[in-house]
Design a protein around this ligand. Structure first.
Ligand SMILES: [Zn+2]
Length: 398
């Protein structure tokens, strides 16, 4: 069974390429998934260069100039020599190298170019972190970025945030229900509205409905009850809003298709990760009831359509329960097709795994459900004793 450990460039800078790879080799994993393009974050790193690591938006390589000449959006410069020697060091140890790429989550680019970010139903651009996948400049950037990472000589380009993102305010003391938050998070930029209109949706009616409902809660209406489902959303916001939300899939599917083709042309392959599993279970490993594959449409991700276009998928199995991990993997395979490669991404420690046995059970569950690989997230975020659980989990999954 294939496997890898997710690694941040800050891990390599802190401990050195040789030391990190020696340790990972010792776990018996098949590869490394390196954060080649990452987003800003402030993370507790128990064995890092500093115990609190401040990450910046950045591409950690020198972008080939031919790919970005003439484009308005260019990669934010990160640690441009951070990956030097990594490919060779992996080869020496027989490790595969995968290029983890965060595409549309980039507050630096969004702040420089607010017009390429999402616009809510009130006409406001309050999420400069979120580049809109419908914007032509964003799409050109995403395709060029995928080529740039593929040219690092990676075995795969692992795509994160190559779809719409959910709304996550840092503070809100308005009791918005899940459906209210969902409607508030829909993008109504000119490009999104045009694409929906082309698909026969009355985009302006959808926007007005969203503004009416969310605005009503701001004015004191009771918030929506219950989780987001198509049926509940239809009852709450009407068919035009649901049609608008579904039209977002076309935007994402066509973008992922272009990226997958570009990556293949560069001699690598795309592994597509949708964030739904993280939306559900990131905080506590207790995901909300709907399986990730069934709720991915909410971010514009049509797994059935993508199954024909993308060779491999990563499932963020952020759950404590091994049965849930197996259920999520199984539902993914039923959506994308049994012949697709599905990789289960597991967190070996807090908050998902409180023991080696629990991690082992999840690796076993993922394999039984049909996963072809397990990936462990992430080197710099987990304590060494937690990382030491990986060999047992791999032994179970082999
Ligand atoms: Zn948009």
């Amino acid at each position: 069974m294939d496997s890898s450990v997710y690694v941040f460039v800050e891990d390599l800078r802190g401990e050195g390429v040789e030391r990190v790879l020696d340790r990972i080799s010792g776990y018996g994993v098949a590869g490394v998934t390196i954060g080649a393009v990452h987003h800003a974050s402030r993370d507790v790193t128990p064995h890092g260069l500093s115990r609190l690591t401040l990450r910046h938006d950045g591409a950690h390589f020198v972008p080939p100039s031919d790919l970005f000449s003439g484009l308005r959006l260019r990669p934010t410069a990160g640690y441009q020599n951070a990956l030097d020697g990594l490919r060779e060091a992996c080869s020496e140890r027989g490790l595969k190298l995968h290029g983890w790429t965060v595409f549309l989550r980039n507050a630096t680019l969004g702040t420089q170019h607010p017009d390429v970010t999402v616009r809510d139903c009130f006409g406001d651009r309050g999420s400069l972190t979120d580049l809109c996948p419908a914007h032509p400049d964003v799409r050109q950037y995403a395709v060029a970025l995928s080529r740039a990472v593929a040219r690092l000589g990676v075995d795969s380009v692992v795509a994160e945030s190559l779809h719409f993102r959910p709304l996550k305010p840092q503070r809100s003391f308005v009791p918005l229900g899940p459906m209210d938050t969902y409607l508030f998070g829909l993008c109504f930029c000119d490009y999104c509205m045009r694409r929906a209109t082309d698909l026969g949706v009355n985009a302006e009616v959808a926007r007005e409905e969203c503004a009416r409902i969310v605005g009503g809660v701001f004015d004191g209406d009771p918030p929506a009850q219950g989780e987001v489902t198509r049926a509940a959303l239809t009852a709450y916001a009407g068919p035009e809003v649901v049609a608008y939300a579904r039209a977002r899939s076309e935007t994402v599917t066509t973008l992922v298709s272009e990226v997958a083709s570009a990556v293949a042309e560069e001699g690598s392959k795309l592994v597509f990760i949708d964030s739904t599993g993280a939306v559900k279970g990131y905080t506590d490993g207790l995901p909300s009831p709907g399986l990730a594959a069934h709720d991915a449409w909410q971010l514009g991700v049509d797994l059935v359509a993508l199954g024909d276009l993308v060779p491999a998928f990563g499932v963020l199995a952020y759950a404590r329960d091994a049965a849930r991990v197996a259920d999520d993997v199984g539902a993914y395979l039923r959506s994308v097709g049994k012949d697709r490669e599905v990789r289960a991404v597991l967190r070996p420690g807090h908050p998902d795994s409180d023991s080696a046995d629990r991690l082992v059970a999840k690796a076993r569950g993922a394999k039984a459900a049909g996963a072809l690989a397990v990936d462990f997230y992430a080197y710099g975020l987990m304590q060494y004793p937690v990382l030491d659980r990986i060999p047992a989990a791999l032994a179970e999954a082999l």
